[in-house]
Ligand binder design. Structure first.
Ligand code: GTP
Ligand code: CA
Ligand code: MG
Length: 729
């Protein structure tokens, strides 16, 4: 729509509800000098005013913006259809948010107007150019005629189209050409309107097109911006994602690393566990193989043991059979031994009987001879006797001070003086243990000795020697106990003289009998002592043989005398060969008979004493604690005992003469140490005072009894419990 050239000035402020001074207009108002410059151009201000009126028309509620529906109100004001108004709204809504701000409205409107006017100027220029062209064309056409007319119309139409710039907006011009030509023919007066309309439309279209282009380019820009933004955002997003991812990866890596570390730890733990399990498995396998081998070995051992067991069982069976046979033989032998023993005893009693008869015969003869003697005795004899008695006393006292001569008993040991009793020969024949039989022999022998003063040594008259038979102290025979001998004994004390065939062969009258210590009953003290202890003599439960050894003069004989007769005789004669006593003691309610063998300490009798060790059950080794040499010989005695009997029998070490403390040469500790080294029983004692004489021997007797009990237990354990049977019934 061509707008009037004239311009109105509008110097008035445009009050606006929401109106902004925008763009050029705002500039004009701020700079009035410009306004003059522009008074020449009032159109735009008019347009501006128009625009303001339109905006207010649309924004009747005064919201400050126009919505689509408000735009419809312009329908009355403007010759535009609703669609066109829509187009216009879209064209004006630069930011496409569905609302028109005052800026968008005025910008769009002024654009439209200004664009129009500039366009118009352009168009005007073009028009002029177009007219010029037409004139030319017309000039040229003028030459062509009718054809030329159509051609002209076409050209006109083309010119019009060109002028309108339809090429840009119209794809197909045929309809318009047709309409134009139609109008040109039918209604040429409308042609200008039509052309105007076309112009407007084309302008608008063009504008729309431009706007569209602008929009497109704005859009493109926007899009570009958006794209850029999106790109930017995208990049940011990318960055973020990347950083996120990196973080995530980092975290993930860390987590992964942590996890992998954890897993590594777990793995290493598992590996260690596995290692341990493998070791354990190998150990267990080792144990298993070891057990397996053990099992085999055990099996093999088991079979071996089973076989051994079977062999042992057979062996045991055989042994028990042999044991039974041995026991039967033992029983038969014991029976035989008992029978033999009884025969022996009967024999012994018979011999004793015969001996007694002989003795009583001899005694009678003796008495008879004495009677005779008494009558025959003259003064010479009496003088001689006195001299002899005096000499004998001095000799006896000298003898006890100097080396002593053999004991009385020793004379008999040579066998020269007394025929060996039959029983002794028989004993050797039957090999029966000599103990019992040696009792009869030695009882006989002892009886000899006892008859004297009890002081062997200075020769005892034969008479007293004989009397000793009467007082058989050990194991008195039953009929003897009927007191068959008391009578001759009681007679003995009046008899002072007894001949004695000493080992040296000299005959000496015995000193007056008053020397002989006798008990009130006129018996030698020893016998009484014996009775005291054995109120009711009975067969002892046990019988042990004990041998006394030690250097000469240590006090063996004195010890035995103290023990058996409870008395001490100073100035004892040295023992010759062997001497023997029996002492019965009670140990733990058992009666134990001790055969005490007294040996001679002097070197020259060593061979005799040696042979007596063989059958010993126990040995007593004695030294004199006032004579060091006698202690030094103990080791020698011990070795000869060991040689003879080994170390299987108990040995009692006695340090004698404890009463003589002031002359002690051997300290107690030495004796204890020696005893400890050789596992001996040790006591210090005194035959003189009797200290420790019984205790030491009781200790030895108890040890012997315990040893025998142990041996018995073992024997009984081996075979079936044999019936308990004493040998002599
Ligand atoms: N002080 C004292 N003297 C004693 C003791 N025991 C013996 N005697 C004396 O020592 C001397 C020797 O005594 P015997 O008993 O004959 O010695 P032994 O060991 O029998 O000597 P042999 O028969 O030669 O082996 C005698 O003079 C005794 O009186 C004692 O305990 N104390
Ligand atoms: Ca808008
Ligand atoms: Mg002696």
């Amino acid at each position: 729509m061509a707008t009037p050239k004239g311009r109105e000035d509008s110097s008035s402020e445009i009050p606006g509800h929401g109106w902004q001074k925008s763009g050029a207009c705002a500039e004009r108002l701020d700079h009035p000098e410009r306004l003059e410059a522009e008074e020449q151009v009032p159109d735009q201000v008019v347009m501006w005013r128009k625009a303001q009126e339109f905006f207010q028309t649309c924004d009747s509620e005064g919201k400050g913006f126009i919505a689509r529906t408000d735009m419809q109100r312009l329908h009355k004001e403007l010759p535009l259809s609703l669609e066109e108004l829509e187009h216009v709204f879209d064209a004006l809504d630069a930011d496409g948010n569905g609302f028109l701000t005052p800026e968008e409205f005025t910008t769009g409107f002024s654009h439209f107007c200004f664009g129009q006017s500039s366009q118009r100027e352009e168009e005007a220029g073009k028009q002029v150019a177009g007219q010029l062209q037409e004139e030319k064309v017309y000039q040229s056409r003028g030459n062509d005629g009718v054809e030329g007319t159509e051609h002209d119309e076409e050209a006109q139409f083309q010119v019009l189209m060109d002028r309108l710039g339809a090429q840009k907006v119209l794809e197909d011009e045929s309809d318009v050409r047709q309409l134009w030509l139609q109008l040109k023919k039918d209604e040429p007066h409308l042609l200008s309107n039509f052309e105007d309309l076309l112009t407007t439309i084309f302008a608008q279209l063009q504008e729309a097109h431009e706007q569209k282009n602008e929009l497109e380019c704005a859009l493109r820009k926007k899009i570009a911006a958006y794209d850029e933004e999106i790109q930017h955002l995208y990049e940011e997003m990318e960055q973020q994602i990347k950083s996120e991812r990196e973080q995530f990866l980092l975290k993930d890596t860390e987590r992964f690393q942590a996890r992998s570390r954890e897993l590594e730890k777990k793995l290493s733990a598992k590996e260690q566990e596995l290692e341990r399990l493998l070791q354990k498995q190998s150990r267990l396998e080792g144990q298993c193989t070891a057990l397996h081998n053990d099992k085999h070995e055990t099996k093999a051992e088991n079979t071996k043991l089973r076989l051994t067991n079977q062999e042992l069982a057979r062996e045991l069976e055989r042994t028990s059979q042999e044991l039974q046979e041995a026991q039967q033989q033992l029983e038969s032998l014991q029976r035989e031994a008992c029978e033999l023993q009884q025969e022996k005893e009967i024999e012994v009693y018979r011999v004793t009987e015969s001996l007694q008869r002989e003795k009583s015969g001899l005694l009678k003869q003796l008495d008879f001879l004495r009677e005779r003697n008494k009558h025959l005795r003259d003064e010479r004899d009496i003088n001689f006797q006195k001299d002899k008695a005096a000499k004998a006393n001095t000799a006896a006292s000298k003898a006890s001070r100097k080396q002593r001569s053999g004991s009385v008993i020793g004379k008999y040991v040579d066998g020269r003086e007394i025929p060996r009793s039959q029983s002794v020969e028989e004993d050797e024949t039957f090999g029966i243990p000599r103990r019992r039989n040696s009792v009869s022999l030695s009882a006989y022998l002892l009886a000899e000795e006892e008859l004297g003063t009890g002081e062997p040594g200075a020769g005892l008259p034969r008479r007293q020697a004989l009397r000793r038979i009467i007082s058989i102290e050990e194991d008195p025979l039953p009929q003897l106990l009927e007191g068959g001998f008391e009578k001759p004994l009681s007679k003995c004390p009046e008899e002072e003289e007894v001949f004695d065939q000493g080992a040296e062969g000299q005959i000496m009258a015995a000193p007056a009998l008053e020397l002989i210590p006798t008990s009130p009953r006129g018996q030698p003290v020893g016998k009484e002592a014996l009775y005291k202890e054995e109120s009711i003599p009975s067969t002892p439960d046990r019988l042990f043989k004990i041998v006394f050894v030690g250097d000469s003069a240590v006090g063996k004989t004195s010890f035995l005398r103290r023990l058996c007769e409870a008395r001490f005789s100073p100035g004892m004669a040295a023992t010759v060969g062997i001497d023997y006593r029996v002492k019965t003691v009670t140990v733990d309610n058992a009666r134990v008979a001790l055969q005490l063998w007294d040996t001679a300490g002097q070197e020259r009798y060593r061979c005799v004493t040696q042979q007596f060790f063989r059958k010993a059950d126990g040995v007593v080794v004695m030294y004199d604690l006032t004579a060091k040499q006698s202690f030094l010989s103990i080791r020698q005695w011990l070795s000869s005992v060991e040689e003879a009997v080994g170390d299987r029998i108990p040995v009692l070490l006695l340090g004698n003469k404890l009463d003589n403390e002031k002359e002690r040469e051997v300290p107690r500790g030495l004796g204890e140490q020696l005893a400890k080294e050789n596992n001996l029983i040790f006591y210090e004692c005194s035959a003189f005072s009797g200290q420790n004489t019984k205790e030491s021997l009781l200790h030895l007797a108890r040890l012997l009894k315990e040893q025998e009990d142990t041996v018995r237990k073992d024997t009984i354990q081996v075979g079936p419990p044999a019936k308990k049977k004493s040998c002599c019934g």
